[in-house]
Design a protein around this ligand. Structure first.
Ligand SMILES: *Cc1c(COP(=O)(O)O)cnc(C)c1O
Length: 397
């Protein structure tokens, strides 16, 4: 890394992240370049954010044009772009409505607030119906609501007391959720595919049972699609594989292809729980952010990316499973859907991530033993194969 950048990071930035090994200066498609002129295949996509890769011409055009027209005006005023984005997104869900914010954790905060409004509508102002159930090993973000929903020592350590009103149950164990739901519970919040803890999908049968359980107990089913949503799984939302309808959805990462955005969708039956003044954010749904998200939707639809991801990922997952069969002392398991893949290793992920980087492939660690492969949604078959080759070369060493 350039010495000047290194010194600036050492002296002027808070060290809340592990020290970065390289500094990136430009990108095109699925490739990025560091400040030493080295090129990498980017299978981090900025942690499932750069849906269209780097510098996609349609994205650049949409955002540049909007930047010269109207960037931000707050939600004191309507803008055509926010209206258009909500309408376009509504094609992917049952009838419902959207609220825009700026990040994944903020989307979850809005879902938690929705859950409390639901609990209060059922049990009254003095009622005690405000508990939200989340899954063990979940990750829902770093704000106080998100942290409380994230039952992981490494996330909560140092920040207690946590926000009250959270309990936890075992993913893919419907009895465990059923036991936790009593008359204090107003909602279940669940990732369709646990991302940060190592790409652990919720099973379709479990999601269907959970949907039935939530309906029976009048508890909201809130689905966190911040990482697995917006096409990454090969469906627009990963929960679609289970054929269920959630009561609300949180999304963020890939939605605007690299521009900060978050959103919740709420089913029509619950959308009026939020009343004027009950929630808001200055930056939520700026025309600039919405123009970035509209460019992502345009490309997903124009290039038939969902169909392509489904088709290409099938062959890719098979190649990865073949590699696992070839290197059982290195790879325990290949998990995930579409372009969200976790390679479960027999060793901690960080040294492997470093070796892959040195061999020209950027990947992200997850959990205690998983390397995440998160190509941009536009990644070609050749790029997927290249990544598998580098993985084989590094793990065979
Ligand atoms: C990344 C992530 C979040 C938090 O999103 P931020 O934009 O980092 O606040 C929440 N939930 C899931 C499932 C995530 O992957």
């Amino acid at each position: 890394m350039n010495e000047n950048t290194q010194n600036q990071y050492d002296s002027y930035l808070i060290h809340n992240y592990g020290a970065p090994a390289i500094s990136l200066v430009s990108g095109k498609g699925a490739s990025v370049q560091d400040d030493q002129g080295r090129e990498y295949l980017d299978f981090t996509s900025g942690i499932a954010v750069n849906a269209l890769g780097h510098s996609h011409p349609d994205w650049v055009e949409s955002v540049s044009k909007q930047a010269g027209t109207l960037i931000h005006c707050s939600n004191l005023f309507a803008t055509p772009k926010q209206g258009e984005l909500a309408e376009r997104l509504s094609r992917y869900t049952p009838k419902g409505r959207f609220l825009f914010c700026n990040s994944g954790t903020e989307a979850n905060e809005a879902l938690i607030k929705l859950a409390r409004l639901h609990g209060r509508a059922l049990a009254g102002e003095e009622g005690k119906r405000y508990t939200v159930i989340t899954a063990e090993n979940a990750f829902h973000g770093r704000t106080f609501g998100g942290m409380a929903a994230t039952p992981q020592e490494k996330i909560q350590n140092g920040f207690r007391p946590m926000l009250p009103g959270f309990r936890h149950a075992k993913l893919n164990d419907i009895d465990s959720f059923a036991e936790q739901i009593d008359d204090e519970v107003c909602a279940v919040l669940l990732e369709t595919i646990q991302g940060e803890s190592g790409i652990n999908p919720a099973k379709p049968e479990f999601l269907r049972d959970l949907r039935a359980l939530c309906t029976e107990r009048n508890v909201l089913l809130l689905i966190d699609e911040v990482q697995c949503g917006v096409g990454r799984s090969g469906k627009f939302y990963a929960y679609e594989y289970a054929g269920i309808e959630p009561d609300a959805i949180g999304m963020a990462k890939g939605l605007a292809g690299g521009f900060p955005i978050g959103a919740i969708w709420v089913a029509e039956a619950y959308a009026d729980l939020f009343t004027p003044g009950s929630h808001g954010t200055t930056f939520g749904g700026t025309p600039l952010a919405c123009s970035a998200a509209l460019a992502v939707l345009d490309v997903i639809e124009k290039e038939n990316l969902l169909e392509r991801i489904t088709r290409q990922s099938e062959a890719w997952h098979q190649e990865l499973r073949n590699l696992a069969a070839k290197l059982p002392h290195k790879i325990k398991q290949v998990r995930g859907l579409g372009y969200l893949v976790g390679v479960g290793l027999t060793e901690p992920p960080l040294p492997v991530v470093a070796k892959l980087r040195e061999a020209g492939l950027l990947t992200a660690p997850a959990g205690n033993n998983t390397v995440r492969l998160i190509p941009p949604l536009i990644a070609t078959e050749a790029e997927l194969q290249k990544a598998t080759q580098i993985l084989e070369q590094v793990l065979s060493d």
